[in-house]
Design a binder for this molecule. Structure first.
Ligand SMILES: [Zn+2]
Length: 244
């Protein structure tokens, strides 16, 4: 019997993000890294082409999959995981505000589908429509999953036009940014190679959500240390103590 080759393990989540919302990049962040995220798939007509473009540019991304879309498409998740991308939970049926009993199954069934495909549970969650105060979000928070939103929205679901998607993403491309796209639209699929080419020309590296959490965390810690040192120096000056 043929066994699937082992897939890379999911990347670790920094402890500071357990059960927390990832929303605003730290002020002053300048490193040219960006996290592309693709929601609502997988779709056999569009996701594999996006994966091929990502591979050509050595770019990593994060896919927030809808559990109800996974059946018979497990191979797409396996390919994404094998190529170094991260898979997250985006509920089973994309219900905005299900009651608690349904929220529990929405999360559990999606976890099970993802585990069935790649062999491990997803480590991050993106709520449908970015709604933070839903029962599904509460369930994920209680599990300790980070709730991942975005800093820039491509509005690809609205325009369904490759030029618009490209322009919206590039206008929202900032150091440390998290970009929202949907890998189910042909127009998004068409825009991705251009986006990757332009990001690469501008010196950006595309990283996953867990990698971005580490970057945001390290930057915030460094900034806090700098501010503390500055405050200590100011105190010394104020009290006329000469630093040695
Ligand atoms: Zn969605």
């Amino acid at each position: 019997m043929l066994a699937w080759p082992a897939l890379p393990a999911p990347q670790k989540i920094p402890a500071s993000y357990r059960g927390k919302t990832m929303l605003n990049m730290p002020v002053g962040f300048t490193e040219k890294v960006i996290a592309l995220t693709f929601d609502d798939g997988p779709n056999p007509a569009t996701t594999p082409s996006i994966l091929s473009a990502l591979r050509r540019y050595r770019a990593k991304a994060t896919f927030y999959v809808v559990g109800g879309m996974v059946h018979n498409r497990e191979w797409i998740l396996r390919r994404a995981a094998a190529e170094g991308h991260q898979i997250g939970n985006h509920t089973f049926s994309h219900h905005a505000r299900p009651p608690m009993s349904r929220a529990i199954t929405e999360i559990a069934h999606t976890d099970a589908r993802i585990k069935g495909a790649v062999g491990y549970l997803p480590t991050t969650f993106r709520p449908p429509f970015g709604i933070l105060n839903s029962a599904t979000t509460a369930v994920e928070r209680s599990k300790g999953s980070p709730i991942v939103l975005w800093t820039g929205d491509s509005l690809d679901w609205k325009y369904k036009n490759a030029d618009m998607v490209y322009r919206r993403v590039m206008a929202n491309a900032h150091p440390g940014g998290v970009i929202l796209m949907h890998d189910i639209h042909p127009s998004t699929m068409q825009a991705v190679p251009r986006i990757l080419a332009s990001l690469s020309l501008r010196g950006y590296r595309c990283i996953t959500i867990p990698e971005m959490m580490v970057k945001w965390d390290e930057f915030s810690a460094k900034r806090a240390a700098t501010l503390k040192a500055k405050a200590a120096k100011a105190t010394m000056v104020a009290t006329n103590v000469r630093p040695k």
